[in-house]
Design a protein around this ligand. Structure first.
Ligand code: ASP
Ligand code: MG
Length: 456
């Protein structure tokens, strides 16, 4: 049994969805469960809608009209059987009407709660799953769409950043989905969200459909999880920056998670957790070159030939530095810094400490929030708070990095030779990743130098 996940980037228009349908049809003998994201751009539009509608009821009509057009055109371009087409259009209409009612509710109360936000943004997947199921029926398969909050995909209820309760999900999906597969049907399940104990929709955060797919693969004890994308899989560097970059055929769960977290936008890092627990291999495939092998992610015992498998970079960050001569002697300071940042919703990518200072790396857009949350701490040993903008995190990933002598020396020599200064280093936290920070204008020079040194 296998789970196949299709993201928004391959659900662009009727032509790309037809390719998705073809891939599913050609694998149907293997017994498949499908997980889908919203059609391309739809989740963005829904988030945008929430902003506009809260202030202006008049925004609802044109926004809904746009969504209707995109989905109806897709359905009409995909389905040829009259009856299936009529049913699919009726289902879309029904869902759109629900969404519209919620939006008017928001406009009326002029307030978006976390709960209504998650419900509204879940509509992208509620609309795309029935379209794909109908297209599969149109090709003669037996296929049913399921909303994740109606099949028992239970989470801890943290709106916008939920975590699945795997054993509950497993026992529920064994009852709701497994019998469908045994009957020979292809269930198409919505990605991106599950529900809380009361059945309310709760999302996993942006890009969360990859995580959904891994949860579902876990619950159904799938033999493999395939993620179908519009790119060839993981690469040794971003090919837009390093033109010699090449595909990575095999990598470990940890390497994939670090790379995904630090820049390679191939997968959502959380796809790894449930997959690793059950040892389910993840295969990343390119929809536009389905015969290429892509990247296989699984338990890997041996190091790669060069130790370093890939270099990645994450731009758009800022460094926030806290300084004070007695910082190292102020107990609990780091704890308070992290508590303040996390209550302001600021994510810390990496950090470094010395006796008199403490630096954290955050998203550039979070700097103001970070400064506000830290301002109140000045009396507690911190004398000065400063920021450096426009920095990038560079990450070298490979199994065995930590125990292989000379990797850091080689990396920093290569960087220095390229004329790039290193602003902050974070090492030792992970077995498979070495991360450091440089100024963004230097990042492509640095990436090329590292790729040349370690991979080429
Ligand atoms: N549709 C959601 C998003 O765009 C989830 C996903 O695509 O993975 O964030
Ligand atoms: Mg998406």
């Amino acid at each position: 049994m296998k789970v196949m996940k299709f993201g928004g980037a391959v659900l662009r228009d009727a032509a790309t969805v037809l390719k998705v349908v073809e891939v599913i049809v050609s694998h149907q003998a293997e017994r498949i469960t499908v997980v889908v994201s919203a059609l391309s751009g739809v989740t963005d539009s829904l988030h945008q809608m929430l902003k506009e509608v809260e202030e202006n009821e008049k925004a609802i009509r044109p926004l809904m009209a746009g969504l209707k057009k995109q989905h109806e055109e897709m359905v009409s371009g995909l389905i040829s059987d009259k009856k299936i087409l009529t049913e699919a259009l009726a289902e879309l209409k029904n869902k759109m009407a629900k969404l519209e009612r919620v939006l008017y509710g928001i406009a009326y109360t002029e307030e978006v709660t976390d709960r209504t936000r998650d419900y509204v943004v879940s509509f992208g997947e509620r609309l795309s799953a029935p379209i794909l199921a109908a297209s599969l029926r149109d090709k003669g398969l037996s296929s049913i769409a399921f909303n994740a909050d109606e099949i028992g995909l239970i989470t801890n209820g943290a709106f916008g950043r939920a975590t699945a309760l795997l054993s509950e999900v497993e026992s529920n999906l064994q009852k709701t989905i497994k019998p469908q597969i045994e009957k020979g049907a292809v269930p198409v399940i919505t990605g991106y969200f599950g529900c809380d104990q009361d059945g309310r929709a709760v999302t996993f955060g942006r890009g969360g459909s990859d995580y959904s797919a891994a949860i579902i693969a876990y619950a159904l004890k799938a033999e493999v999880l395939e993620v179908w994308k519009d790119v060839p899989g993981f690469m040794s560097a971003d090919p837009k920056v390093v033109k010699e970059a090449r595909g990575i055929p095999l990598m470990s769960y940890q390497e994939a998670a670090e790379l995904a977290y630090f820049g390679a936008k191939v997968l959502h890092p959380r796809i790894v957790e449930p997959s690793m627990m059950r040892g389910i291999p993840i295969r990343v495939k390119n929809l536009f070159a389905p015969n290429e092998e892509g990247t296989l992610i699984q338990e890997v015992k041996e190091k790669s030939e060069w130790v370093v498998r890939s270099v990645a970079m994450r731009p758009g960050l800022s460094l926030v530095n806290l300084a004070g001569p007695a910082m190292a002697y102020t107990p609990g300071l780091a704890g308070r810094v992290f508590t303040a940042l996390s209550s302001a919703g600021v994510n810390v990518y990496t950090m470094a400490a010395s006796m008199a200072s403490f630096s954290v790396i955050v998203d550039a857009q979070d700097v103001r929030g970070a400064l506000n949350s830290l301002r109140g701490m000045k009396e507690g040993g911190i004398q000065d708070i400063s920021t450096t903008g426009d920095i990038s995190l560079i990450c070298i990933v490979g199994k065995g990095l930590r125990e292989t002598r000379g990797i850091a020396a080689k990396a920093f020599t290569a960087i220095a030779k390229a004329g790039v200064n290193v602003e902050l280093i974070s090492d030792g936290g992970s077995d498979v990743a070495l991360t450091f920070v440089i100024k963004s204008p230097d990042s492509s020079k640095a990436m090329k130098a590292l790729h040349e040194e370690f991979i080429k």
